[in-house]
Design a protein around this ligand. Structure first.
Ligand code: OFO
Length: 173
């Protein structure tokens, strides 16, 4: 039950974007670690792990449908930010862009009359609500901490508590 060339191509483009997201957050994690913020670095590392799973979910779906998986080069992310707040602001901006891409993909599935693909994408649509909510909270919290060393230290401890549990994307197993 192939999706067809147009939709499969769009899925492959989204796979590339999810891997780029993973690279971006891995780069942010490394930079935050260099800034002696191990908690924030861990938070971003968990985000990196989540993005890998998002990409895997799309790959598995293409395989399930019998469409071609076309892995493409992943753009190198930037490597430095001016402050932790700046990194979290850019992460939020990136997630807002990802939301638009996922919405466009869902619209294409609708236009193509592919109900199964459209239903599968519901998981990603709902995930983006969470991604943006987390991103907005990050910006508020790191903005509040400002340049105060004690505030930054407390926030970093809080961020270090984030653990990774793989998302339950349909058909991933
Ligand atoms: Fe894959 O949700 Fe973030 O980018």
């Amino acid at each position: 039950m192939n999706m067809g060339t147009k939709l499969a191509k769009a899925f492959n483009e989204q796979i590339n974007r999810e891997y780029y997201s993973a690279f971006l957050y891995l780069a942010m994690s490394a930079w935050l670690n260099e800034q002696d913020l191990p908690g924030a670095a861990k938070w971003m590392y968990v985000q990196y792990q989540e993005e890998l799973v998002h990409a895997q979910g799309l790959v598995k779906y293409l395989m399930l449908r019998g469409d071609k998986v076309d892995l493409m080069p992943i753009e190198a992310p930037k490597k430095e930010w001016t402050s932790p707040l700046n990194a979290f602001e850019e992460a939020l901006e990136h997630e807002r862009q990802v939301t638009k891409w996922i919405d466009d993909l869902a619209k294409m599935a609708e236009e193509e009359g592919d109900r199964a693909a459209r239903l599968f994408l519901d998981w990603y649509i709902l995930e983006q609500v969470e991604e943006e909510a987390n991103g907005e909270e990050n910006v508020v919290l790191w903005g509040r901490a400002g340049d105060a060393p004690s505030g930054i230290m407390m926030l970093d401890v809080h961020y270090g508590q984030r653990g990774f549990s793989p998302d339950e994307i349909p058909h991933l197993d």
